[in-house]
Design a binder for this molecule. Structure first.
Ligand code: PEP
Ligand code: MN
Length: 366
């Protein structure tokens, strides 16, 4: 990833001039008041050095800025703020450096599947399919449905993280092969979950996008391992993860070498019980503000109820999501998993043109 000065940020007057320092190492900027003397700037520089940081002084047209590089843990910020002629101390980078918009102003597009659909571009990508791959007939039928509806991707779990060890655990390798067959037949990008490090080579060989499930968002060894894979990763938000923890999980993957991270909001656990999870859609504009990574919404796990899914899809597109991943089943009542939250093909066909109209209203497309 190119490390550049980032987007234009009027809050930070140094942005336009701070191109000689490595932004990923920059911890804070000290903005001096206009008219600060050389001695006053030097005093700040001495303070910064006392705290073990390296400084980079930038003389702008009307004010001087001191960019500080290094470990800021031992810095007494208030001592700097109180120094004479210091206007403010601006922390430059969020803890998630590579995922932050501060290091990359423009949005990242991640190309998925045989047709290289750009997630994060103008077009909103819809990914549909069953919770679990159950049989050849089922996955091929639903692949045809997704293709006919205008989706860009097919989802389907081959390795299933189930709350109960007695519940259906997925068709595993056989399921992956069926997914690959569905891809060859339709040209759709196939998304499937990888639950452990050992599964990565096979899933990478047969599928297009490696999904990290909500329960594994905190599995740092797995995050690092998909960080070494050469496939895009769909990272689901943990059931009780804060936004910052979510972005730091993305940071693990990027830091290990894989910049192709797609964030997926799938609902969080709250006291509310009319839904399976609470889907916080405000996260979409918030993430769009904080990170350059594409943001996808999962309204199926986000609500747990099929009748709520179409409205949440509409809202997600309106809120600025780059994609939607939803569960669709031809016979939800007999689905091996998550039937209650799976919409039918008929509902998907009705929904797609509506989503297209909503996208067009915000200058996007489906
Ligand atoms: C899934 O997508 O089928 C799934 C298990 O999702 P999550 O990890 O969000 O619960
Ligand atoms: Mn599911």
């Amino acid at each position: 990833m190119g490390v550049g000065p980032g987007r234009d940020n009027s809050e930070s007057p140094a942005c336009s001039v701070l191109h000689t320092v490595e932004w990923k190492d920059t911890q804070m900027i000290i903005v001096m008041k206009p008219g600060a003397s050389e001695d006053q700037v030097q005093h700040v520089v001495d303070l910064v050095r006392d705290f073990g940081l390296k400084e980079h002084v930038i003389h702008g047209t009307d004010r001087t800025v001191v960019a500080c590089i290094g470990d800021k843990r031992h810095v007494d910020k208030s001592a700097i703020e109180n120094a004479s002629m210091v206007e403010r101390v601006v922390p430059v980078l969020a803890p998630y450096k590579m995922a932050s918009r501060e290091v990359r102003g423009e949005r990242t597009q991640i190309r998925v599947g045989p047709r290289q659909f750009p997630l994060g571009g103008r077009q909103v990508g819809i990914i549909a399919g069953p919770c679990s791959i159950e049989s050849r007939e089922q996955i091929l039928l639903l692949a045809d449905v997704a293709q006919k509806a205008g989706c860009i991707g097919l989802r389907g779990g081959a390795f299933k993280p189930r709350t109960s060890p007695y519940a259906f655990q997925g068709l595993r390798e056989e399921g992956l092969k069926l997914l690959a067959e569905a891809r060859a037949r339709t040209g759709l990008a196939v998304f499937t979950e990888v639950m452990s490090i050992e599964q990565i080579p096979l899933v990478s060989e047969l599928c297009d996008v490696l999904q990290i499930g909500a329960r594994n968002m905190h599995n740092y060894a797995l995050l690092e391992a998909v960080g070494k894979a050469d496939k895009p990763v769909l990272l689901k938000r943990g059931l009780s993860a804060t936004l910052e923890e979510f972005l730091l999980a993305a940071e693990y993957i990027i830091n290990a070498g894989n910049e192709q991270v797609i964030l997926c909001e799938r609902g969080i656990r709250t006291f509310e019980d009319y839904v399976r999870n609470t889907l916080p859609l405000a996260v979409v504009p918030e993430l769009n503000d904080k990170t350059h990574l594409p943001v996808v919404v999962d309204p199926s796990h986000g609500t747990g109820h099929a009748h709520l899914v179409p409205a949440m899809c509409r809202a997600a597109v309106a809120a600025g999501a780059d994609g939607i991943i939803l569960e669709c089943h031809n016979d939800p009542e007999h689905a091996s998993s998550d039937g209650a939250q799976s919409i039918t093909p008929a509902t998907l066909y009705e929904l797609m043109p509506v989503l297209k109209r909503i996208a067009q209203a915000i200058d996007r497309d489906v």
